[in-house]
Ligand binder design. Structure first.
Ligand SMILES: Cc1cc2nc3c(=O)[nH]c(=O)nc-3n(C[C@H](O)[C@H](O)[C@H](O)COP(=O)(O)O)c2cc1C
Length: 191
């Protein structure tokens, strides 16, 4: 196990991926189960849902995404998604949010936002847990353009809202460092 800061430093947006992950499908499934169980959510409400697509199902997904956007995804990017081991689809259960809004009227106007936070934390935990296993991933947002057929194809309940798509696979290329804003613009210390 790496030290935590090293671990999170190694999480990057990896686009060039292949199927040959060190972990099996089963092990990747357990990883996502753990992430869903461990990640905190507001009031422990667990509004996040994940659908995992592997191998040919993931390839079919990316073909359909590309078709939806008239095959305009850049070839290099598309090839990385297409050759990934799998794709995680992240959803929020809006019916659960509605229940929580009714149960906790004082916080009703925050529930949706908190669910988004819980979903974002889940995405990041999965992204980092995968990186710890030498599996690269990136975060994609082809919703809402793909929502309709995703629901039909995977038999997703009407109240689940697609939030993000995360292709993952063996890392073929490490991206270059990205420029960051000056740290004193981002962090102020008062002591
Ligand atoms: C909330 C969020 C949304 C993002 N959406 C996309 C996206 O739709 N497509 C994409 O290629 N990258 C997306 N990214 C990846 C960011 O561009 C990337 O994380 C950022 O440039 C830093 O690079 P790094 O991930 O390599 O550290 C998203 C990242 C975050 C945190």
């Amino acid at each position: 196990m790496q030290k935590y800061l090293e671990l999170i430093r190694n999480r990057r947006s990896f686009y060039n991926l292949s199927e040959d992950t060190e972990l099996s499908k089963e092990e990747i499934k357990y990883l996502f189960e753990d992430v869903l169980n461990i990640t905190p959510t507001a009031m422990n409400s667990q509004p996040v849902r994940i659908v995992l697509l592997f191998d040919d199902k993931s390839k079919e997904f990316w073909n359909k995404v590309n078709e939806t956007y008239d095959n305009t995804i850049k070839e290099e990017k598309f090839n990385g998604f297409y050759h990934a081991k799998g794709t995680a689809l992240y959803f929020i259960d809006d019916a659960l949010i509605k229940e929580l809004e009714e149960k906790y009227p004082l916080y009703a106007d925050r529930m949706k936002q908190w669910a988004e936070h819980g979903c974002a934390m889940t995405q990041l935990n999965a992204w980092q847990a995968l990186a710890d296993e030498n599996i690269g991933a990136s975060l994609q947002h082809y919703n809402p353009g793909i929502d309709k057929w995703v629901k039909e194809l995977y038999d997703i309940p009407e109240n689940y809202r697609l939030v993000a798509q995360m292709p993952f696979g063996k890392i073929l290329d490490v991206p270059e460092e990205k420029e960051k804003a000056p740290i004193d613009k981002l962090l102020k210390v008062i002591d």
